[in-house]
Design a protein around this ligand. Sequence first.
Ligand code: NAD
Length: 510
Amino acid sequence: MATSVALPTTDELRTIARNSLHRCGVTTATRSSKTVLARTPITGDDLFEFPAGDAADVAAAIDAAHEAFLRWRIVPGPIRGALIKRFGQLLVEHKQDIADLITIEVGKIRSEALGEAQEMIDICDFAVGLSRQLEGRTMPSERPGHRLMETWHPLGVVGVISAFNFPAAVWSWNLALAIVCGDSVVWKPAQVATLTAAACSALFERAAAESGAPENLNVLVPVSAADAHVLIDSPKVPLISATGSERMGGEIAPRIAARFGRMILELGGNNAVVVAPSADLDLATRGIVFAAAGTAGQRCTTLRRVIVHESIADELVGRISQVYGRLPIGDPFADGTLVGPLIDGNAYANMVKALDSAVAEGGEILAGGVRHESNESSFYVEPAIVRMPAQSAIVHRETFAPILYVLTYRTLDEAIALHNAVPQGLSSGIFTTDQREAERFMAADGSDCGIVNVNIGTSGAEIGGAFGGEKTTGGGRESGSDAWRGYMRRATNTINYSGELPLAQGVNFG
Ligand code: NAD
């Protein structure tokens, strides 16, 4: 143990949580007698019991959401958009409440928790505009007097499964698009973030009631992973949008596929940046530190690998180590804190195990990895930097903690090969001032990720672009661009306005 962390009292946190829930209009989350024990990683203590649910509640939620869908799908898109507009206004009013709950339940520093709430507001704005743009194409028909076109229709109940580290924003990416697309949602959050989920759902319910929308367009089921099987297996849920670990994706994907359901999978990342000799090292250092140490290394887009040209490796590592040595670590509510707690003891144990493996594989811990003194059940750690040999197994795995592996390269081809050698394919970046290098990194034989940045770290995406990754990250896309098409079904329509019946491909049938 090293430096000691000053913590707020659990009673103070309990009061903030209860007040935020009250202002958001939370009463009870489900009709079930089953409860979940809310907890905060800030002190590691339990807060209070909260209604949860079980498999029977999930089944009832699916039925209720399906009934809501049958009514909602015939409401015009722009009127569906008006509900999301109202929801966005309520999020603006309650931004601080949502952010406080995020900080209490998952330990995000204030600025990042407010950023997550802002991301929800942004996706609402986006979805309101989208509600007037759910457009299909018209194609030339090969037959005279015929028109060929596409229409996009609501899909049904969308099952949203979310991870602890973005307890509100990921749901809102799904919800805002699903609702304007005419769908309804059953939301299974990470149980450690039940309070945040309850507050968000209560605000949405209020927006729906005020907009005259049907009840149960979003039904919250804060159940265990085991009870979520009802959602995974239900033929009444045509789309499952699931965010979490590769392990979770591996468990649910075959079950959804077995019933021919659709899925949007947003799974683990193992994100890297290449730092070229021409890079602006000030910019690179800032981008790297935010992406690697922000959210205490608990983002899917957290920077986990730096692949740096050997000629500048020592200088870059020196700069990063210097900043790491000054990072304020501690109470995420305190002004100036940049690194809050890990979610729990399990996360800390995984970090220690990964660092041990790294050393066993020839790695050298250059800075960090030390746990700060707090109490037995909260875990504040210094982000670690580890120099690794090119070939090592641990670098290929996502450890959900702040560990940054440093690898070196000689040629850009070698850097790209190292970059793409991991199973995951979420986010990537290159720091360079050489346009040829930047273009090569973005080209077909460059980075194989869903997100490819230039002179930006790997985390902190905007909602305007489609978000998601390839390979074991799951291939899903959410949020902006044309991700909305994933929440609708496409019909191809051919209309014959001639008096004849010509057949396609010149077929003659009598
Ligand atoms: P997790 O996989 O443990 O849990 C995620 C969610 O899935 C939780 O709600 C959990 O209860 C549920 N779940 C787990 N197993 C399930 C099963 N068999 N059936 C149904 N539900 C199940 O992940 P976590 O620890 O909450 O979050 C961290 C992980 O999420 C990291 O791997 C991170 O990279 C990933 N993540 C990915 C993205 C992305 O957009 N790609 C975003 C955020 C987090």
